[in-house]
Ligand binder design. Structure first.
Ligand SMILES: [Zn+2]
Length: 116
């Protein structure tokens, strides 16, 4: 077996390996549910009722915000209690999506390198 033949065989199998990896990543992207960009921040607030314990040394109310950056400034969005579980899943999906983008990009760069 010539050196050149072996080299080509290795490159071909490496290329099909990369393409299989890319296919798998794209498949995972298609299966991913809705996502939302941002970081969830749990904090505590006083409510609007002046006679509530939270205004008189009692515990404050736990609240959840989604925060992200817009033009260098942090923006935050209050998450209604009823949507907390759902929004946590969307935020998880966003993290997963970013990881999939990174992996797909990495496979693409390696495919480009094989062209040398
Ligand atoms: Zn209160």
């Amino acid at each position: 077996m010539s050196v050149m033949y072996r080299y080509n065989t290795v490159m071909l199998s490496r290329r099909s390996e990369l393409k299989a990896s890319r296919r798998e990543v794209l498949q995972q992207m298609r299966q991913l549910g809705p996502w939302v960009e941002g970081t969830l921040v749990a904090t505590a607030r006083r409510c609007g009722k002046k006679n509530c314990a939270c205004h008189h040394d009692g515990p404050k109310h736990p609240v959840l915000f989604l925060t992200w950056k817009e033009f260098g400034k942090t923006v935050s969005l209050y998450i209604p209690r009823a949507m907390e579980a759902e929004v946590r899943i969307w935020a998880e999906h966003y993290k997963k999506l970013k990881e999939l983008i990174r992996r797909a990009s990495e496979a693409q760069k390696q495919i480009i390198r094989l062209r040398d």
